[in-house]
Design a protein around this ligand. Structure first.
Ligand code: PGA
Length: 246
């Protein structure tokens, strides 16, 4: 899954979309599930480019509510109508820069379901928490924040991205086995919260993934895919990652 963050104009996004579709049809084989999360202005135009193709489109955030007097806000309902099928919730940049709390993130996940969007919940520890050895308790707290708002049935179709904050955009990555250990712990927490979800929920790894380092992560038992920032901005690199994750 590609998270473009605040990159690419509308036209750059559309050009990427057309290039990706052309390359996928040339290759002819079945790629893994691919989802691109562009900027907000790029969402509708990119959804049009990908219409009728296997590539999905997601938003990077939603605002609570449906419609109303909320200047600057964009609800899940509006994102869905603009072509989004997925939405990233609780990315560490939203938590840190925009001060989103665990509780707000829990509400946003519920709102995603109400808007018929599939949420990709990001969890992960900071560098300090990593050094303190509190990774698993941080991740558990971030998952448990959903409990007041999200029912068992919703939990079964959640997607979780484990993204250690210290690995995002830094070029540093954990050992794949260590990321897998956290992914397995995530599944245990999910299963306690909603029996069966530990198996049903795709768990992605994110943080400085690129075409060169992706393969061992994808070889791990409890990691199903990747959430990719910087390395998803070029079509060929994105495709190489998709190929290397099969
Ligand atoms: P990165 O970002 O791949 O550029 O490290 C990942 C993310 O923030 O989702």
């Amino acid at each position: 899954m590609a998270n473009w963050k605040m990159h690419k104009t509308v036209e750059e996004g559309r050009a990427f979309g057309r290039h990706l579709i052309r390359r996928l049809s040339e290759a002819g084989d079945q790629p893994p599930t691919l989802v691109v999360c562009p900027t907000l202005p790029g969402l509708w135009p990119l959804a049009r480019e990908f219409a009728g193709t296997p590539v999905g489109v997601g938003a990077q955030n939603l605002d609570l509510g449906r419609e109303g007097a909320l200047t600057g806000a964009v609800s899940g309902y509006l994102l869905r109508e603009a072509g989004a099928q997925f939405v990233i919730i609780g990315h560490s940049e939203r938590r840190q820069v925009f001060h989103e709390t665990d509780d707000v993130i829990g509400q946003k996940v519920a709102q995603a379901y109400q808007s018929r969007l599939r949420p990709i919940l990001c969890v992960g520890e900071s560098a300090q928490e990593y050094r303190q050895g509190s990774t698993l308790s941080v991740v558990e707290r971030q998952l448990q924040a959903l409990a007041p708002y999200v029912d068992d049935k919703m939990m079964q179709t959640l997607i979780v991205a484990y993204e250690p904050v210290w690995a995002i955009g830094t070029g540093e990555v954990p050992e794949p086995g260590q990321a897998n250990h956290v992914a397995a712990a995530i599944r245990e927490v999910l299963d306690r919260m909603a029996p069966g979800s530990g198996e049903n929920v795709p768990v992605l790894y994110g943080g400085s993934v690129n075409a060169k380092n992706i393969r061992p992560f994808m070889g791990e038992k409890d990691i199903d895919g990747a959430l990719v920032g910087g390395a998803s901005l070029q079509v060929e690199e994105f495709l190489a990652m998709a190929r290397n994750s099969c």
